[in-house]
Design a protein around this ligand. Structure first.
Ligand SMILES: Nc1ncnc2c1ncn2[C@@H]1O[C@H](COP(=O)(O)OP(=O)(O)OP(=O)(O)O)[C@@H](O)[C@H]1O
Ligand SMILES: [Mg+2]
Length: 269
């Protein structure tokens, strides 16, 4: 068994269905050999068909989860997912500055769950733009999120390139524009960094089992950064991990089913 390497603090919401959110994040970091820690921003009652209820964590409890982990175990990379409100964004940003100013940060600007439920208040988009995104090592918007953040249309690979460059002006070190929502037989993601653009392509798997692809991608990148990979290498490995996890999906649920995050894990002890 390989040694555990790379401490990732995941700041996100819980998905009781196990396919997305904190659960997908922990599974991903673990399956890639990292150590996952969590600050849970909200509980959701959720399955493959949708989000049925949300219970937000009090701000002081979010703050304390972050602080005690950072003070004791240490954090190589932070991954943020569902942040829900402006107040949560401001709380998390303050903790990043106070406790983890040298850690890498992957910001997944989660707005709407695959089933259509809103996970970020409309009035919190401005705080996402001005407060979270400038602190990102890698920002990972999907096409609708990139549209909301910029007011631009994102329908083609050219749009991914152009809008990704525009998002760099908000101050992240890199932007991974995810193309899962674009049409076509290939899935194209565009990584924009200060050194230029890198286009990643893979075959689109024709399946309804894509619950949590975004959370899984962002956490896999976070694990890579925590382990010392370059941004480009972390993104390349994350895409390979997600593709294999979609291909091996167990087929559970009647809606958007979960991935198989354990495809790297053997049951031999
Ligand atoms: N059907 C598919 N086949 C292959 N790769 C896919 C497929 N769907 C998504 N991906 C890949 O999964 C990653 C996540 O992209 P996507 O655009 O679906 O994110 P997302 O909308 O944030 O996901 P989520 O709804 O889980 O938050 C990307 O790297 C994308 O290329
Ligand atoms: Mg997403």
């Amino acid at each position: 068994m390989a040694e555990m390497h790379g401490r990732v603090l995941i700041i996100a919401g819980s998905d009781s269905g196990g396919g997305a959110g904190i659960q997908a994040d922990i599974k991903t970091v673990t399956a890639l050999g990292g150590f996952a820690m969590t600050a849970i921003t909200a509980l959701t009652a959720q399955n493959t068909c949708g989000v049925f209820a949300v219970h937000e964590t009090p701000l002081d409890m979010i703050e304390q989860q972050i602080d005690v982990v950072a003070d004791d175990l240490g954090v190589d990379c932070v991954k943020t997912g569902m942040l829900a409100t402006t107040a949560v964004i401001e709380t998390v940003a303050a903790r990043l500055d106070a406790k983890m100013s040298t850690s890498a940060v992957v910001v997944d600007p989660v707005m709407i769950a695959k089933g259509g439920h809103s996970l970020l208040a409309g009035d919190a988009v401005a705080a996402m733009r001005t407060t979270m995104i400038p602190r990102a090592t890698v920002l990972t918007p999907n096409a609708p999120e990139a549209e909301t953040l910029t007011g631009q249309t994102v329908k083609t690979v050219d749009d991914l390139r152009r809008v990704g460059t525009q998002l760099m002006a908000l101050g992240p070190q890199a932007v991974l524009m995810k193309g899962g929502h674009l049409a076509g037989p290939q899935v194209t993601d565009v990584l924009v960094t200060q050194n230029g653009q890198h286009v990643f392509e893979s075959p689109r798997i024709d399946t309804r089992h894509t619950h949590g692809t975004g959370c899984t991608t962002a956490s896999a990148i976070a694990a890579g950064l925590a382990q010392g990979l370059s941004i480009e290498a972390a993104v390349a490995r994350a895409r390979k991990f997600v593709l294999a996890a979609i291909a091996a999906a167990p087929g559970y649920g009647s809606g958007h089913g979960p991935l198989n995050h354990a495809h790297t894990v053997t049951a031999d002890c």
